[in-house]
Design a protein around this ligand. Structure first.
Ligand code: AMP
Length: 287
């Protein structure tokens, strides 16, 4: 992988990179298409990274469909599918770990200890191997995208990071490889998270500014769905991801719920228009 990238760079070819854990869906496809448009060559990595799963999580049953994933990549004009095995990425004796402490502390980090050090380590390794000019990450995993931006800055990793908007089903459910675990009844209940986030965004747009009040509004909505339990719902600063007492100009509404054994994540970034100032550019936009 590294030799191929070096050769292309010498030839002046630009490399776009989309890291994934496979079981590719239309969300991944949107990232691949964005990379295809922007770069000469596209690399998609498929690696179910063991270090980002906790001991009681779904590593062994995480959907693996390498054959189908390769077909999708071929159809999308991907140049390289990089699908290393575990020993190639973590040879015996490897010990270095990358941590991004402040951004990892809350939300997903609280629910899944060690998850983000696994993510930060594998992303650092993949970016070092692939040496992309630009990489694409999904807004669907907002905290992950914020952490990747931070580590790329802190570790002086070359290449741009672009965060792509979340791709959703018609009823608003964010596409995820884990949605296949949902039964028909659970699938019907799943859009409640998006609806709650939308209600939070609507409250903000219509003048509500108190973080706790907006949060309670979202909690009430999810509570109407008896088979959903809330992991967290939060009104946060889009950069630090700390909860906001009062929203000034922007907030990210973060949420995670459980339906049966399935954990669903989603978020909405909201810019509040003030009369005196133009809205600030969102964190994830590359302009
Ligand atoms: P994963 O295979 O779940 O690790 O995801 C690989 C990349 O695709 C990550 O950057 C995700 O944030 C992104 N992604 C996953 N689902 C979506 C979605 N529904 N919309 C946009 N990007 C997504």
């Amino acid at each position: 992988m590294a030799a191929w990238s070096k050769r292309l760079h010498r030839e002046g070819v630009t490399i776009g990179f989309v890291p994934t854990m496979g079981a590719l869906h239309a969300g991944h496809r949107a990232l691949i298409r964005a990379a295809r448009l922007a770069c000469d060559a596209v690399v998609v990595s498929i690696f179910v990274n063991p270090t980002q799963f906790g001991p009681t999580e779904d590593l062994s049953k995480y959907p693996r469909r390498l054959g189908l994933d390769r077909s999708l990549c071929r159809a999308e004009g991907v140049d390289v599918v990089f699908a290393p095995d575990r020993d190639a990425m973590y040879p015996p004796g490897s010990q270095t770990i990358v941590t991004v402490p402040a951004l990892s502390r809350r939300w997903e980090g609280e629910a899944r200890p060690h998850h983000f050090q696994g993510v930060a380590t594998i992303v650092t390794k993949l970016l070092s191997l692939v040496q992309p000019d630009t990489s694409w990450f999904g807004q669907k995993d907002y905290q992950q995208a914020a952490l990747v931006r931070q580590l790329a800055t802190d570790l002086n990793l070359s290449g741009r990071i672009i965060v792509h908007p979340t791709v959703r089903e018609a009823d608003g459910l964010a596409l995820s490889s884990r949605n296949v675990y949902l039964s028909a009844q659970q699938r019907q209940a799943a859009p409640v998270l998006f609806r709650a986030l939308q209600a939070g965004a609507a409250a903000l747009r219509s003048g509500a500014r108190k973080g706790p009040q907006i949060r309670r509004h979202m909690v009430r909505l999810v509570a109407q769905e008896p088979i959903a339990t809330i992991d967290y719902l939060a009104v946060c600063d889009p950069r630090s991801l700390e909860p906001l007492a009062t929203v000034q100009s922007q907030a990210v509404l973060l949420g995670a719920i459980r339906i049966g054994g399935v954990r669903l994540l989603d978020n909405l970034l909201v810019t509040v228009r003030t009369s005196s100032r133009r809205p600030r550019t969102a964190l994830h936009e590359s302009r």
